[in-house]
Write a protein that binds this ligand. Structure first.
Ligand code: DQA
Length: 139
């Protein structure tokens, strides 16, 4: 069975402590445990745009992964470079968000990356990651 890579962008290293009213009090370790019941998971987090792009390049042409579940955090709304990287690679990318970005400030309604992703999951708390993994392993 193929693996799934989960990538978290900026500030998502603070899950469990960061704005719990929006992002909940669960930690990423808990979400990874749930995802691990569905597939073998590799996990990468960075607060740096270029490191996220480097990871997409590194993994994006390999065959051991079914795809990538990406929560790009605020770079979702700003990064054409991230969108270009997703468009460039071969592996499918599922865009996920913990919060329902469409019920929040208008600036969060726009995603630079949705159009080059396989699909989008938002608003299900940390369960969004599990749903993303499920989407990828079902093809
Ligand atoms: C987020 C939503 C983004 O707007 C925000 O910048 C984040 C987290 C989410 O998972 O809900 O950092 O991607």
């Amino acid at each position: 069975m193929k693996k799934v890579l989960i990538i978290n962008g900026p500030n998502l290293n603070l899950l469990g402590r960061r704005e719990p009213g929006i992002y909940g009090s669960q930690t990423m370790d808990m979400a990874l445990e749930e995802c691990g019941k569905l597939a073998e998971i590799d996990y990468f987090q960075s607060n740096h745009e270029g490191e996220l792009i480097d990871k997409l390049h590194e993994i994006g042409f390999t065959s051991e992964y079914a795809g990538i579940v990406l929560n790009a955090g605020a770079y979702t709304h700003t990064s054409l470079a991230l969108a270009d990287a997703i468009a460039a690679i071969e592996l499918p990318v599922v865009e996920v968000h913990i919060s329902n970005v469409h019920s929040r400030e208008e600036i969060r309604h726009r995603s630079m990356i949705s159009g080059v992703c396989r699909g989008v999951i938002a608003g299900f708390g940390l369960d969004s990651y599990r749903l993303g993994v499920e989407a990828l392993i079902r093809g």
